[in-house]
Design a binder for this molecule. Sequence first.
Ligand SMILES: Nc1ncnc2c1ncn2[C@@H]1O[C@H](COP(=O)(O)OP(=O)(O)OP(=O)(O)O)[C@@H](O)[C@H]1O
Ligand SMILES: [Mg+2]
Length: 324
Amino acid sequence: MTGPVLSVEDLRVAIGKNPVVDGVSFSVAAGEIVSLVGESGCGKSMTAFSIMGLLPPVASVTGGSVILSGRQVNGLDAKALKALRGNEMSMIFQEPVASLNPLMPVGRQIAESLLVHRKLGRGEAQRQAIAMLEEVGIPEPALRAKQYPFELSGGMCQRVMIAMALITRPRLLIADEPTTALDVTIQAQILELMKRLRTETGTAILLITHDMGVVADIADRVAVMYAGRIAENAAVDDIFREQRHPYTRMLLSTIPRLDGSDAKSFLPTIKGTVPDIGHWPEGCRFSTRCPLMDGECRKTPLLVPAGADRDAACWHQDLIGGLI
Ligand SMILES: Nc1ncnc2c1ncn2[C@@H]1O[C@H](COP(=O)(O)OP(=O)(O)OP(=O)(O)O)[C@@H](O)[C@H]1O
Ligand SMILES: [Mg+2]
């Protein structure tokens, strides 16, 4: 099939009257890893939950579409969504322990999707679950499979969640900070597993992370989010080489530059945090923190082409190179 596995078009989500996701568009092709980055509170998890049809009751989709393999999934009824989740699309949650069933051995929880969606027998499903536990780096997987979540460490529960998400080899995997709680060796192993999944299975991966090192290591494209909107969207090599939005420049200045120059000098000029929902400024939402702000920024910048195969939403794209 041609076309992207996931296409998000002008997605809008609100909590009460306040928008939290405000016209977000991006797509993820088969075998592609797109990273969604941005500071805390900018709407990354809300975007992910909307795709999965798992928004908390306080939030609702107010516009736009989520299209999975050519089929619109927002607006589907609960039964149809359930048939897709844990099957064609899976998510690794930011808070894994809360997402596991405390009353069921972890092996059975992993095997469950194979029983439901793949109609495998219990023995075969359990065998595959144990193999998956091994793949995510859990020692003595056959033994661990019989244990309950409370008998495992936080890092192990995280890996069980990852095993649950990967067991059906989904078309789309959303990973929301999947490796934050894990030590670096396990983190590297999980990232390798995701790379293998996209190569061998063609899974499209949307990876939400704060870690620009992880982005550089694994992502093909990056979508930078700020206060409910996409600020910039580009291939990973392009965005690390040159930024077309001052916010991206700020995010990337928090990691050491490979060329040895000191990009940190830009950081002191941008302070503060993402404004809370309901308190977003008029026009460009980054303007209150931006060293390039002028009268023009009172108008909302649209996401427009900013070079070959990249977009940015800034009135002063051409001045960013001059920022140090
Ligand atoms: N259950 C909720 N009730 C009310 N507001 C919420 C709820 N969940 C999130 N929000 C608000 O929605 C906004 C976007 O939250 P979201 O969780 O999508 O941010 P995020 O980009 O994933 O941040 P982080 O990097 O911290 O995970 C935030 O301002 C947050 O306070
Ligand atoms: Mg989040």
